[in-house]
Design a protein around this ligand. Sequence first.
Ligand code: ADP
Length: 462
Amino acid sequence: MKVLSVASEFYPLVKTGGLADVAGALPAALSALGVDMRTLLPGYPAVLAAIGDADEVARWPEGRLLATRDLLVFDAPHLYDRPGNPYLDATGRDWPDNAERFAALARVAARIGQGAVDGFVPDVIHAHDWQAALVPAYLRFTSDGRHRPGTVLTLHNLAFQGQFDAAVFDRLGLPAAAFTSDALEYYGDVGFLKAGILLADAVNTVSPTYAREILTPEGGMGMDAMLRWRGSAVSGIVNGIDTDVWNPSTDALLDRTYHIDSLDGRAANKRAVESRFGLPADDAPLLCMITRLTSQKGIDLVVQTLDAIVDAGARMVVLGTGEPAIEAGLRAGAERHPTRVAVRIGYDESLAHRMQGGCDAILVPSRFEPCGLTQLCGLRYGCVPVVTRVGGLADTVDQSTGVVIGDITAAGVLEAIGRLVELHRSSADWQAKQRAGMRSEVGWRASAAAYAALYRRVAAAD
Ligand code: ADP
């Protein structure tokens, strides 16, 4: 079975969030199941630098397609040769031509689906998020009897929908018939994700609970009626993490590696985290957050109640980037509590590993969470997750492996942290929870099998 995965991010080459981790981990997880997956990526500078001298396997007026064993890279400098973040310019605004940039990616994917690359004609195209969501539309409206693979669209976060002014439509290279309410047209605009939801053979999201939540008006972000209409075509498959990259017994980024049978190394790692954040050594529970600083993640609730969290006996280190007001709130909290709270504004993969390996708990108080990955890393590292009961958090953490927040409010977060501080006083109870977490299945084994089954279903239906 050949599958083309189409993504705008791919760990370790380009990453802004969990999508990169998932797209990066799926190929290896699936190869053991007989799925030959290659991933189509935009030719961002970092991607081109990583693939070096790759073969050109196709060329169109818009750009050329380069191939390595695992990757297909659409090299189109006018679209992708830009510094920094894949979606934003240096001032943090969306690139004005994002519709064209990612439509072009989807169009290339469709061409590959129609046989453009000798020796790799996919049975299925797996499109990730709005950036790849036009793949089913290009296949539907441009195939003219050519090979048409089955399609899967994965929704990593329904908050990002790829909605653009209708004027964009004329630049997409699709026939006028595609601008209707059963394809791209969405309240008079062009809707990329909307089109994918309606036209993909199967739509899945990244946890079973989120798959149910998005069918409701509260969780559907305007798309719930369409998703309900797709009925059994919508499913949830929980994400895993790469358990080789995230392995506390081999992680070279940790000061001390450790194992479920002996958590001793964590104490040295905790000292190392404290010193990196400029906090004094202390046995009080050290909580962390590793996150985009946006209201989705509930970080504003933490900012609101930081003083009370400190009063409750906890300490907190935060690594993240995002909304300026939240960054400022965290900085102010760190200034008020210089020995108890510290914040690092930035993106730092190595520090993220060290925090998971040394902090006592990781706080994930999300208002909604399609899957969430940091709680999975936390489980694997004995860094006890403190989570709200939403989306993938509800599917991956329970009372035996973590601490569950009752209400998604500042008071609810504080109440859960109070329980955590209490529990941390008993090292036997605390370690029992750590070990229960470390025993939970957070890898890709089961979910890769679920994706393989989904691919077989859509390939067979075609
Ligand atoms: P989302 O995709 O909504 O941002 P996820 O929890 O699914 O959230 O995935 C976030 C991923 O990005 C995790 O692998 C997490 O460790 C990582 N991450 C987020 N912020 C940072 C940061 N500032 N530094 C390092 N890693 C980060």
